[in-house]
Structure formats: C-alpha cells, structure tokens
Unconditional design. Structure first.
Lengths: 318, 1060
C-alpha cells in the first residue's frame, strides 16, 4: 500500500460495518452549518452514499477516474416544494400537493439502498459517508490561486476554505480527487467540510462524530496511543484510506480512514455477498487482511481490545 | 500552481504576512481584522484544542467567518417526541429565541450508574432535522379557518378568540341537538376525540383526554391496536398488552433473531446495540423479505416470502421438538403444554367436566407420579404457585388417556404438547421451504441455533405484525422461545417494539379520566361508522346480529357498492361473511366497545398530536367522511404542521413544537423518564396543547353559561355533565385532586403543565422504589434520587419527593425508581420464572400492595405498576404461557394453536386477484407521517412518495426506475415514483408507511387499504360466566382488534396521466 496514513494531527475513522445509512451526520451538518442558506442547497459537505452507485455529485467517481469536470447538473437540482399550497392553495388539486415541479430526476442520496444484484438473495450494497478528507498535501490547496489564504492547511490536519478570500475559479473543485470541494454557482464560492473547526477550538468534536447514532465515526489524534483512531489505524491497522488509486494519483494523504464493510451476511450458498473487484477499487487489496483481523478479534469477544474500541463511547478523544 | 507543491506547504499551515494582509485588505477590510483580534483575545482561554489557530491570523479570520454560524447563548435539554418509540434526548442550542442547532443530549449515564454510556448518544437524522419543522413553511403559526371546500387547502387566518368561540359554539350546537334527539342523554357522544400515543407527551395528550371526559364525548379512540402495532399474540399467550426488555438487554443475548423489523431504519437510536452485541460475539440473524440496512448488519440474512413467517416459525418449532432441543422442565412448568384437552369438544378438561359443581376454571395435567389427572397448580381457579415439585406433581408432557366424565361417559384427552406435535407434522423443512421460499437447511439451522444458543431473543416488528394473521405470527414466534426456555431470562424474550405504546405512568389515566370517558377500539369505530356505515341500517348491534341470524341481512351497507359489498353470514363456508358476523356478534356482546353505538353516528372529531386521516386504514372511505361536512360537521386539528388531516379540517390550531413546551415522555425501549422543555417561546401564536385545551375548556364553559347552562346525563359513566363547570373541573379549581398546589396556584391546582406532571407522576407506581428491592439495589440509584427517597419519600413527604424528582427529570433522564431498585437491564417475566408466579401477574397477587417507609403503597409485582395486564386480569386460564386457546371463535377458525394461514388477497376492479403484496414498512425518512413533509428529508428520498419494486417485477410490468407508476386495486389507487431495487422481494411492492397524501401525485397509500378486522381479536376469554380473572379482556390499547394492512394486494402499471 503506497498511500500513507498520517502520523500526527486529527484523523477520522469510519466503521462501514456499523454505518446504517441514516444520514444523521449529513443532516446534522446541514442544520448546524446552514449551508442551504449560506452556500447553496445542493451543497452537502457531508453525505452518505450507497455504494456501488452514482454517489453525490452524480457519478463523481467515474468522472474523477476519467478526469472529467464536475458541472452544476451533477448536483441536486433547484427544487421548490409547494408548501404555500397547504394554506392558500392556488391550484385545484384536493388535497394540495407539495412535491416540486418539474419532478427532479436526481438528488443527493438518489439511489439509496440500491447497489448491485438482482434479488434479495444476491443484492449487495454498503453505505459510505463522504466529506472532505482533510488530506495532507491537499490537491485543492495546490491549485488554489490564493493558497494559504483562500484555502489553508493547519498542522493539526484541517483544511479550511475562507470564502471571503475565494475568487471562485473552481479549480479546487475539479482538483479534489474525492469531489468533496463544493461550489456555489450563484455566489461563486467554494466550500467544504471544515472539520467543525470552531467547535473543535472550543474543545468539542465535530458535529458528525457526536451525532452518529451508530457510534461509527471515531475521531482523535493519530499520534495519541490512547486515542481510538490510533488503536484502529495504527495498532490493529483496520482503517484504510479510500480509493487508494486516486489518492496515489493525486499525491494526497487523506485523514478520513474507513474500516471496510467486510462483515456482511453471505449469500444463501455461503459465498460472500460483496463484489471483490469493487472492494479492491474502494479500499485496495488490504481489506482482506482487515476482514481476517476483525473476525479473529470478534471471536475473542469483549476481551479483545479492538472490540472494546469498536463498541466504545464516546468515540472521540481530542 | 507551482507554489502548491512546495515542500513547506505540504507540511501544513503556510501563510505569509504579506499574503495575509493583502487578502484581508482586498476582501474584508481592516475593521474585520480588528474585530477578529478582539474576539480572539476574549476567547483565548478556550482556545486549546487547535493550537494552530493562535499561530495564524488568516486562520483566525477563517475561524471567525465560520464561528459566527454556531454562536449561541444557552443550551436547553428537551426530548424528541415523534412516536418512533425511541424517545431520544436532544440539546437545543439557542441564540436569543431562535434554536440554531440540535445535538443529542447523550446524558443517559448522568442519573444511571448501572447502564452508563450504553444508551448514548441516542438520536437520528429525523430528530436532527427537527429545526426545519420549527421554522419551516409547513409550520402552523396562527389559528386558521377553512374558507374553501374541505381539503382544498384554502384557509384564512383568524384570531384565537374567534377560533375558540366558534369551536365552542359548534360543539355545544351538536350537544344540544343530540340532547334534543335522544332525550337529553349521552349528548356528548357524537363528538369524538383522537390523540395517539400519550407516552410521547403525557400532558399534551392527557389535557385533551380530560376535556373529552368533561364533555361526555366519545373516545379517546385507541391507536396501538388501530395502527396494528399491538401484537395480539402476546395478549393471547400472556394476558398482557406487550412485554419487552429494554434495549440494553440486547447485549446479554448470545443469539438475536431480528424478525420482520428493520431496526437499522426504524430504530436508528437502538441499532448500535445490535452492532455492539455483534462485535461482542453475539450471532445476529435477520429474517425479512428484503435485503436492507438491517440485513446488512446481520451475520445471516434469511429472505422469506411476504406473510409466510408463521410457517417458518412452525417449521423451526417442529425441528426443535423432533430433535428434542426443547427445555423439558421449563415447558412442563411454565407453559400449557402438559394440559389436558378433550378430544370431543376440543376444550380443556375442566373440573366442571368431572365433578358435579366443579369449577370451570380448574384445569388438569396428567401426573406421572400418581398416573391420574390432577388439577394444575396455579391455573385460573387454583391459588397455588407454579412450583410443581413443591406439590409433588410431575406432569406428562406428551400423552393421551381416557377419562371418565361426571355423567359416566369416557372421553379421550390429549396433552396440548401431543396436539401440537400432531399439528406440526405437516411443517417439514421441505414443505416450509415451499411456502416461505427459505431453503430447508436454513430452517434446520434456525432450529439448531435456537436449541443450542442461550440466551436467545427474537426482536419482532411491524413487518410481521401488520398482517391480518399477526396473532398467529406472534404466537408461533413466542412458541420457539418458550420451547427453548428463553422467556423470563436476561438476553431472552420475544421483544416486539412497534409504537410508543407502553404507558409506564399510570397516573395518566387518572389525570385524563380515560376509563370514565368512552375509551374504545378505533379499528372497529372506523369499521362500523366510516367503512361499513352501519348507522344506515337504523338498528342496534343486537338487532343487526338477530337479522343476520334470521337471514334477513346478508350485506352490510359499505364500503363498496355491488358485488364487492361486505357480506355477512352465519355460514363458516362464507369466509368473509362469517368473519363479519363474528365481529358483529362480539360488538353485540360488548366484548369490544364502540361509541357512539349505531344507529347513532359520530358528528365531530377533535384530533391532536396525530394524523388521523392520512394514517387511516380503509382510507378511501374515511376520506369520504372527511370531505363531507354533512357527515362530519366539525373537524378540529391541533398540530404544529399542516399535515394531511389538517388540510381537511375546519379549524387548525397552532401548537408548540417539542422544543417550545414542557411535557414528560417515556418509551418501552428504555426505563427512563424524560422531560420536554421549552428552549424557546412558541413561534407565532402557537400555544402548548395543554394551553389550547385549557382555553377551549374556558370557551365552552362561557358559551354554555351564555346559553343559560347546558346539562345532560351520561348513562355510561352515570354522571350529569354541566358544561358551565368544564373549565373549573379542568383546572381543578377546588384543589381537590392535586392539593399540593393549594395556595400556590392562581385559579386551580391543575392549571399548568407542571402541576399536571406532578399529578401524573404522583399517581404512577413506577415512580416509587421497589419495596422489596430497595435495600439490595439502592446503590444502583443516582445519589440525587436516593437522597430524595430517603429524605422525602421515606419520611412521608410524597409531594416533596415527586417535586424533587421532577426537577431532576427536567435536567436529565431518570430511570424509574421502581426499575432501578431491581435487577437491570429490565426484562419481563423474570419474576414469574424465578418465583414461580402464574402468568402474567399471579392472579390475586396483581392486586396486592406493599407499604414503603413513609406510607406510600406500591403494587407488589413490578408488572402491576404500569399498564400492561388486561383489565380484570391477572392470570391466563392455565396460569401459564398459553398456546392453546379453547375459545369458541378460535376453535371455529381453527386457530386454537399457532398455525399458518396464507395471506389474504384483495381483488382488482375486474374481480381478478391482485398479483402483488403491498407492504408499508416504517423506513428511515419518517416516523409514520411525521417528517414526511419536511424538505430536508424529502430531498434525501427523491422529493416525493416512492414505490419500491423488485427488478423482476419491474421488468415484468415494463417499469423503469424513476417512472411514475400507478398502484391500484378495487379500493382505489395512488401514483408515486418507482424505485427499482435489487433488494426487494419479487411479488411485493412497498411504499413508506405514513407518506403524506400531499407528496403523492394522486391518491395515497391508505387509499388502497381495506379494514379487515379479525374476529379472534374481538374476544373476551374465558367465555364462562364470572371468571375470577380475565385472560383476555378489552382494554384501551391493551387489547383490541388491529387495523392490519400488509395483506393489501395491488397491481402496478406505468402512469401516463398529468402531474398536478
């Protein structure tokens, strides 16, 4: 594995065996940071994708693999719900209808719970929470015409945009290998997950970490042996960078690591439900070793340190 | 940019002073910089985590830019109250009077030294999105009056004064008209009150129930049975509403079978208990139709054809019995398996069969020691406990004998176990596989696992409970756990969590005076009045039944005309007609109450905290009533959002949201009591539900006085209603009910929600410690609670104790002191197994109390301290978990033992059977209809109502993903967007339970559902006169006919019409 795991600063580890696709992190992020009002409704700093699937923005993975640019139509369309009809209906329908017209043909989470397969016996999908990876050597920062001003990188890890200084050239949006830099096409400003830096500064973990009802998002300093992220990423090495091919190609070192979704029920004939090629693409070949480690440790029960960390709360140590 | 790849930049922060100043000067200007520096200085003390912010002024500026969005002045803890059963605590971050963000309170450990962090953080995306309701465009901010036809969405804003006066006036008009028609008696009956699930806010619900009582109205209508969340099999087997363990006990299971409940979507706050148990070594099996979020987190996923679950369970039961994997001692002691049944009548052998003057409530087992039938200790007519060894009895489990009746005849008797074995013979793995689609080896695997891993639990849910034969599903599943001795131990039990049904706080009934109103079964209320329109016959139930028996009546007036009219018949071969006859007979017998009774009919509905119309099974008929002001003359909806029912209302009154009022909340999923607190003042002119009912009570009293007094006699409750006194009774003006506040109140001792909360808590036995367990378990109590117990309660200051507890509850969740002075985690039936107490509550023991120091009396048994045991109950007929029911209805329908019956089928307009099953699961984007109209969550689910369909069926019917499709049957149709999903079972389509009518292109999901009442759920048992206890008896939300909908069958086609 060529992609490095950071040696210091803050790191997220997300357990994809636990994630249930509820979007609590995405909703909490939207509500707390009010991106609908301040940036644009279609800007979802954090979103949970159903994989395999188009993801959000639409088909970003294919586009990034092929080097294609992201455009406005790859994001959620403008959708106006007709709530005013509930009180003062100008239309003749009884009862009034509130869904938007024209009916959108794409949106965030459009293909939730779809994935691959043909019937329940062989269907397969997993949930992939996505947000800025807060990479070291960030691709966005490298292309920014105002580096260190419009986009800054802090030694503790966070990559931050300051929209006040952003000129709106959109280069960072196209440069981010994970398509997590968003762009307000109306305001001509880039923005992305800020690791809840103002909260972090107060000594509180990011909103998504606290909100995850599944306790699936771990957060802490990767150089602190008492931190759960250290145990997961360094000690047991069960947390892997996403899409190592892309990370390598762009020379980035992501700070969001994933425990691959290897604990799924087998098909009725006993064969694994997942698509190995897809797993290789998403996590590199190392997911096989992770599977072994998880299964071995699970067999040990609650006395396994790894299992203790995987069931612990709080999931963060700042 | 070339700069970008410089080594220095890669290391991290890299901003030169020159760049920084340039940037600031260009875009922001110097005043901002000064402000930033000033702010930073002020906040320096807290800047510890991100040390780097101190190093860079650019970072500071950036931080300031983002930090402004998350500025708040106070944090208030409240509780999410959406009837999703989870009852999660949330903190509201408030800036001024505006809630800027919500975060899980994650404080379940504060007053609970036992369970610690296990329940944290608790809360899901729905709860997190709630701010969008408070400030959203669907929020009702002012009183509204309808100005267009019903449902047209044309309203005008009116003042509170006008709204209250007009509503009060219309209510009194109806009452006076009814009084004139019916000789001044029961004049309030035509006004019907509905508010579901009091447990998610006791006071908001209770205030309306109290007003209903004072008006002599009908209702409150039930909801738990109506919504089909009530598992009737539990009442049939155990004589209770629903008994389940708290979530924390899932961690004690070694085997968890999740059966027909999509925990990862509908129980999101609880789902981590599954993944945590799994990581700690528990095997998790998911049995359901679809591959979904819950299937993903299981070790094994078993896909079963819709509605065939009972066959699977019985196949597993057969395997367990055939391979002797059952727990023989347990089965002999705690189940009815050794009981003797007469082969001629199929009824239990009773003492009255054998001895002149013998009791019909004494039943027999065959004792191996004496080789003769002996009265089973602890059965309904026997006062002993279940400790058979103590009585020297060793019952034979499997056998048949001849016994001599009192008239000298010899009859054959068999044990229930023998009959069960004979019945199960047909459920071979191969046959079960044919019915269910589950491979035979998986049936065997389930049997092996259940037989060998202990403790094992089944977590059941709506997926198997919302069926016509839900009682058979429940009973088959309970059977598996009873056979393997998994009922009554930690980590075991059949745990059915659907709806926030459990009323832990019995004081609610006292505050809302529910039993003194007209509590009734909503399913039959809707079936009788809206669906079949029996009032049109102009006869009473008894007359209707007589007409059927005489062959004079063969069809009911509704719901459909012509050949699809509901038949009635005393001939069992006329399946539907016979069922309808049995239902009507049960109504005539008074086994299930419905008010008003035909030929009277309802004329007004007051609905709050619920979306009655949208959620009404048989919705196509209910809609007719809601559209027609001649049928329902007055519809008042009290809600914070413009839901579908509100759109059809005459008056919509704005209520406070969950973060704008005080209330109390509990759930069956854990044993904490929590508060809702007002983080902000209600927006616009919204008022809390309590305040609205108080204002309405006043308006009614004033209007009655203006008309010179309105009085009528209530024959059910034997009281005279004087409407001029409604207000003073509502607020307890005489301070008789809640004397603690005498002298502290301005008008009455129940004038505020806090006073009502005090009253409810004080009259709820779970709020007091366990008389027996206190000494042993007092260390489990938080010091704050213990102090209150020892310094207040035990010194006789009960009000001081309750007052003190309420102050704690406002801050953080408090485990019920009763539960906390026993072994945690809570799981049911432990007392019965450990102390050999007859099911469910030891008969007489159910009514016994013990005195605490200080004088408060508390029921001896934990189960008797909350609402669970059916009214007049305490014992099942056999005193055990009872699988054989010898009620005439059960025998007539062949359901004396758990059995499998195929799902019902509905016709298409052409009379052909509809090919697809329509499931209405509770999925993640809503809690029933709540959240289903919220923009933020709609955007995550294709902006509108959707129908999920399998790849196979989509191909068959020419449907592509994203198409608009019409789903239809004889009752109606709806149009929504198709989602073609590989995980969906062929033969089934599903649409989210609760999708609002306003999010469909046409119709809505309940427009295609019928009401299909099941006669076995309308019974009273035992049938013999004057039993010492009832095993099954009507109880408001404890037992009643369920409003099932999963049997609904439909067809689907591409929609080509317009999109309004």
């Amino acid at each position: 594995m060529a992609v490095k795991i950071p040696d210091s600063g803050y790191v997220f580890v997300i357990d994809l065996n636990k994630c249930i696709g509820c979007q609590a992190c995405a909703v909490a992020c939207k509500v707390w940071w009010k991106t609908d009002q301040y940036e644009a409704p279609y800007i979802w700093w954090r979103i949970v994708e159903t994989r395999p699937g188009p993801g959000y923005p639409k088909n970003w993975l294919n586009k990034k693999m092929l080097g294609l640019e992201l455009k406005r139509e790859d994001y959620e369309p403008e959708a106006k719900f007709r709530y005013e009809n509930l009180f003062n209906n100008k239309e003749s329908t009884v009862p009034p209808r509130i869904y938007p017209l024209p009916i959108p043909q794409f949106g965030p989470n459009w293909d939730w719970d779809k994935g691959e397969g043909n019937k329940p016996e062989d269907a397969w999908f997993f949930y992939l929470p996505m947000a800025c990876m807060h990479c070291d050597n960030p691709a966005c920062l490298r292309v920014c015409p105002m580096p260190g001003t419009a986009i800054i990188k802090l030694p503790e890890g966070p990559v931050l945009v300051n929209p006040e200084f952003c000129g709106g050239c959109m280069q960072c949006v196209q440069a981010c290998p994970y398509a997590r830099m968003f762009f307000s096409f109306e305001r001509k400003k880039a923005s992305h997950c800020i690791m809840c830096a103002p909260l972090l500064e107060r000594g509180e973990p990011p909103v998504c970490v606290r909100t995850c009802p599944q306790r699936a998002i771990y957060f802490g300093r990767i150089d602190d042996p008492a931190s759960p992220v250290y145990v997961l990423a360094k000690e047991y090495k069960v947390a892997l960078p996403l899409l190592p091919v892309l990370a390598e190609k762009h020379g980035v070192v992501p700070r969001v690591l994933y425990i691959p979704p290897v604990l799924t029920p087998p098909k009725p004939d006993g064969t694994p439900r997942y698509d190995e090629k897809y797993m290789d693409l998403m996590f590199g070949p190392d997911w096989r070793r992770v599977k072994q480690v998880l299964e071995q440790e699970r067999a040990k029960g609650p006395k396994s340190k790894l299992m203790q960390v995987l069931t612990m709360y709080p999931t963060w140590k700042l | 940019m070339a700069q970008g790849s410089s080594p220095r930049r890669r290391e991290g922060l890299l901003v030169t002073r020159r760049q920084f100043l340039k940037a600031v000067a260009v875009t922001a200007g110097l005043p901002l910089l000064a402000k930033v520096i000033e702010d930073i200085k002020k906040g320096q003390a807290v800047m510890k985590t991100l040390s780097s912010f101190r190093d860079s002024r650019v970072a500071m500026t950036t931080m300031y830019y983002w930090g402004q969005r998350v500025t708040y002045t106070k944090v208030v803890r409240s509780t999410c109250a959406g009837n999703c059963t989870q009852a999660c605590g949330w903190k509201a971050y408030v800036n001024g009077n505006i809630i800027i963000g919500l975060e899980q309170a994650a404080d379940y450990h504060v007053y609970d030294p036992v369970v610690g962090h296990e329940y944290n953080p608790r809360g899901c995306q729905r709860g997190a999105s709630y701010v969008r309701y408070i400030y959203g465009p669907m929020r009702v901010l002012f009183p509204y009056k309808r100005v267009g036809p019903r449902g047209s969405g044309k309203f005008k804003r009116i003042t509170w004064d006008q709204a209250l006066k007009e509503i009060a006036s219309k209510i009194i008009d109806i009452i006076q008209d009814e009084a004139a028609k019916y000789g001044g008696k029961d004049a309030g009956e035509a006004i019907v009150f509905f508010s579901p699930i009091p447990a998610y806010n006791y006071i908001s619900a209770g205030a309306g129930y109290r007003l209903a009582n004072l008006l002599g109205a009908s209702g409150p209508l039930s909801f738990y049975d109506w919504y089909c969340d009530l598992p009737p099999g539990e009442t049939i087997t155990w004589g209770v509403q629903t008994e389940e363990c708290e979530e924390a006990d899932w961690l004690n299971a070694r085997l968890i079978i999740i059966w027909g409940t999509n925990i990862a979507e509908s129980r999101i706050a609880a789902a981590h208990f599954i993944t945590n148990a799994k990581y700690r070594g528990t095997k998790v099996i998911y049995i359901g139709t679809d591959f979904n979020a819950t299937a993903r987190i299981a070790d094994e996923f078993i896909s079963v054809k819709p509605g065939t679950d009972a066959a699977l369970a019985l196949g597993v039961a057969k395997y367990i019995i055939d391979n002797k994997l059952y727990d023989e001692e347990y089965v002999k002691t705690f189940t009815d398996m050794p009981f003797l049944v007469r082969c001629d009548t199929k009824k239990f052998l009773r003492e009255s069969d054998l001895v002149e003057g013998g009791s019909p409530f004494k039943l027999y087992v065959w004792d191996a020691n004496t080789n003769k039938p002996v009265v089973a200790p602890g059965c309904m007519g026997d006062n002993r406990d279940l400790d058979l060894k103590k009585y020297g009895i060793n019952p034979v489990l499997d056998g048949e004998w001849m016994v001599k009746l009192k008239d000298g005849r010899m009859v054959k008797v068999k044990t229930v176990f023998r009959i069960l074995k004979e019945k199960l013979a047909e459920y071979t793995p191969e046959k079960v596989s044919e019915i269910t689609g589950v491979p035979p080896e998986k049936v065997k695997m389930l049997g092996e696992l259940l037989g060998k891993i202990k403790p094992a639990m089944i977590i059941e849910g709506g997926g198997t409970n919302h069926w016509f034969n839900n009682d058979l599903n429940n009973r088959s599943m309970i059977l598996l756990l009873a056979l393997t001795g998994n009922i009554g131990i930690n980590g075991g039990n059949f745990n059915q969590y659907t709806g926030q049904y459990k009323v832990w706080l019995k004081g609610l009934g006292k505050y809302g005076r529910i039993l003194k109103t007209r509590p009734e079964n909503a399913t039959l209320y809707v079936w009788v009045h809206y669906y079949t329109e029996l009032w049109k016959l102009g006869k009473t139930f008894k007359e209707i039944v007589a007409d059927i028996e005489a062959g004079r009546l063969t069809k009911l007036p509704g719901p459909l005309p012509g050949k699809f009219q509901e038949p009635v018949s005393t001939d069992p071969r006329n399946v539907r007609g016979y069922r309808n006859y049995l239902i009507l007979k049960a109504l005539a017998e008074g086994w299930v109450p419905v008010y008003p009774k035909p030929p009277k009919r309802p004329r007004a509905m007051i609905i709050w905290r619920g979306n009655f119309l949208n959620q009404s099974k048989g919705g196509f008929k209910t809609l007719e009533w809601f559209k027609d002001p001649k049928k329902l003359e007055l519809i008042v909806v009290i809600d914070f959002r413009m839901n579908t029912t509100a759109v059809f209302a005459d008056y919509v009154l704005p209520t406070a949201t969950w973060y704008e009022k005080f209330d109390i909340e509990t759930t069956p999923m854990h044993v904490y009591i929590q508060a809702l607190n007002a983080a902000a003042q209600p927006l616009g002119e919204a008022r809390s539900d309590f305040e609205i009912f108080k204002m309405l009570a006043k308006a009614i009293s004033m209007e009655a006085a203006r008309r010179g007094g309105v009085r009528f006699y209530d024959t059910r409750n034997k009281v005279v209603h004087d409407l001029t006194k409604v207000y003073e009774e509502f607020i307890d003006a005489k301070c008789k009910e809640n004397p603690f506040f005498k002298g502290l109140c301005s008008e009455g001792c129940l004038e505020t929600p806090e006073m009502a909360a005090h009253f409810i808590l004080k009259h709820s036995p779970v709020m007091y410690p366990d008389p027996e367990g206190y000494a042993k378990y007092k260390d489990q109590l938080a010091p704050e609670v213990r102090k209150l117990i020892e310094e207040k309660l035990f010194k006789g200051d009960v009000d001081g104790y309750i007052y003190g507890l309420l102050q704690l509850i406002k801050k953080h969740p408090v485990p019920f002191p009763s539960a906390q002075t026993r072994k945690r985690p809570h799981t049911p039936w432990r007392d019965n197994v450990e102390k050999y107490i007859p099911w469910p509550a030891g008969g007489k023991l159910h009514y016994e109390t013990a005195k605490l120091p200080g004088g408060v009396k508390v029921p001896v048994l934990f189960i008797s301290r909350y609402l669970s045991v059916v009214p007049h109950g305490g014992k099942t007929l056999t005193g055990r978990q009872q699988f054989y029911i010898d009620h005439s209805y059960f025998l007539a329908l062949g359901e004396e033992l758990p059995t499998y019956k195929p799902p019902e089928v509905d016709p298409l307009p052409n009379g052909q059977p509809a090919p697809l099953k329509m499931n209405t699961p509770h999925e993640r984007w809503g809690t029933h209809s709540t959240f289903r109209d919220m923009d933020l969550l709609l955007r995550l689910q294709r902006y509108m109502a959707t129908v999920a369909i399998s790849k196979e069926d989509a191909a068959k019917y020419g449907i592509r993903d994203g198409d608009l499709v019409e789903v239809y049957n004889i009752y109606g149709s709806f149009v929504a967007m198709a989602r073609v999903l590989p995980g969906v079972k062929p033969g089934e389509v599903w649409v989210a339970n609760g999708a609002e009518m306003t999010t469909f292109v046409k119709g809505w999901f309940n427009g295609v559902t019928p009401i299909r009442p099941k006669p076995t759920q309308a019974v009273q048992y035992p049938e013999e006169a004057k039993p010492p206890f009832y095993h099954i008896h009507y109880g408001w939300n404890l037992w009643g006919v369920t409003g099932n909908e999963c049997d609904t069958s439909v067809a689907i086609r591409k929609y080509k019409g317009s999109t309004p």
